[in-house]
Design a protein around this ligand. Structure first.
Ligand SMILES: *Cc1c(COP(=O)(O)O)cnc(C)c1O
Length: 389
């Protein structure tokens, strides 16, 4: 029989659940875009986006998804023939590299594997060889959403030393979920989008850039400055502003920055991630091949957990059709269907995550897939210890 009636749960790593408050904020007729309230609301969005990223510098906004953000960063940062070094820990890093290559950039990939953080020493060694300073930009995903690997941005920045390359970071899956302060980390370019940790519908892409990176901006449609230094609301967006999404994103940022507060938001994601890991570790005991993809906790994302899982497709199908829980597809794994991902990003509560894990437990039992005992107990213990009495 089927237990899927009721509110479905989408536990895929983007798009993430949009809070009702955010949906309601968007439910309005289009306002005037040349004068009136929107001018102030748009200003507030720019200010709050800088607060979110921990920067006093600039933000340029685009209508589009994460791929749009990649393009907006690349178009300003790199000319055809120039060299970029891309640290790759999974499918998303590879995708960003491919986007650069398609623009004619001389891309050099440093393959960092998909189960451990990029090694800062390798980066330092490679840059030490580049005496002529040909590498213009070092690109890395803070979190590669496919593998669940998290890079140590502070260590990578330190490894760059005084090499003149700019440091460009894809934080699409991490911003709003775990600590990340652009200026403190010495990041020159930060890319993110609305639909993951930012708790908004897909459709807005953001690029924050330092003054040093800003000097490389390229005139044209993607030009950072024409947007970051805009006066009229439409100029911020290169045309008609996405009026309803502006209201939605402002509401979501108020929830993150003012209501819950970023330290509490980060602590919540830490707890949700640890509960997930505890459950998976319990299932892995004595099970045929279930394992967290990333062994070292410090190298794991807090927004999504990737798990090697024989028979993943059967379980994903079961949780979706029998219990209304959609788990993330395993990306970039061999053989296909031998992994899954559990998203705990954005607007995610203990009830949502523990419900998801419990449904997975039920699926394991129903399908007779081998698994260790005690997963629910272990996950609940993580939440209990953090929530306190
Ligand atoms: C989701 C994601 C992207 C791509 O974003 P789209 O909105 O699908 O274009 C890029 N990088 C990372 C790290 C992501 O998580």
């Amino acid at each position: 029989m089927v237990f899927a009636a009721g509110r479905p749960v989408l536990a895929i790593p983007g798009p993430s659940p949009v809070p009702d408050r955010v949906l309601r904020a968007m439910h309005r007729a289009a306002p005037d875009i040349y004068a009136g309230e929107l001018v102030e609301v748009n200003r507030r969005l720019m200010d709050d986006l800088r607060r979110l990223a921990g920067t006093r510098h600039n933000v340029a906004c685009y209508i589009g998804n994460g791929h749009t953000g990649w393009q907006a960063a690349l178009a300003n940062l790199l000319r055809p023939g120039e060299r970029a070094l891309v640290l790759v820990s999974g499918l998303f890093g590879r995708g960003w590299a491919a986007a650069a290559e398609a623009r004619g950039v001389a891309v050099e990939i440093m393959d960092c594997g998909t189960d451990a953080a990029p090694d800062p020493q390798r980066l330092a060694d490679r840059l030490a060889q580049d005496r002529a300073g040909e590498i213009r930009v070092v690109m890395v995903c803070h979190v590669d959403t496919a593998s669940g690997v998290r890079a140590d941005l502070a260590a990578l920045r330190a490894a760059m030393g005084d090499h003149p390359a700019l440091f460009a970071v894809d934080a699409i899956a991490s911003l709003g979920c775990e600590p990340l302060a652009m200026d403190d980390l010495g990041i020159d370019v930060l890319v993110s989008a609305s639909q993951k940790g930012l708790m908004m519908a897909p459709g807005l892409a953001f690029v924050w850039f330092s003054e040093r990176a800003g000097a490389r901006a390229e005139p044209g449609f993607w030009d950072w400055h024409s947007r970051a230094d805009a006066v009229e609301v439409w100029q911020f967006w290169g045309g008609t502003p996405p009026v309803q999404p502006i209201y939605g994103q402002v509401e979501a940022l108020a929830m993150l920055l003012d209501d819950e507060g970023l330290p509490a938001v980060w602590a919540r994601h830490e707890g949700l991630a640890r509960a997930t890991w505890a459950a998976v570790d319990a299932w892995a005991q004595g099970a045929g091949g279930i394992a967290l993809n990333v062994a070292a906790p410090e190298a794991r994302a807090r927004a999504v957990t990737a798990v090697r899982w024989p028979g993943a497709e059967r379980l994903r199908d079961w949780t979706r059709t029998r219990a209304g829980v959609t788990l993330g597809l395993g990306l970039g794994v061999e053989p296909p269907g031998s992994a899954l991902r559990i998203a705990h990003m954005g607007h995610c509560s203990a009830h949502q995550l523990l419900g998801t894990l419990a449904v997975m437990q039920a699926g394991l039992m129903a399908l007779g897939q081998p698994h260790g005992a005690g997963a629910m107990e272990a996950a609940c213990a993580e939440i209990a210890a953090r929530a306190g009495g």
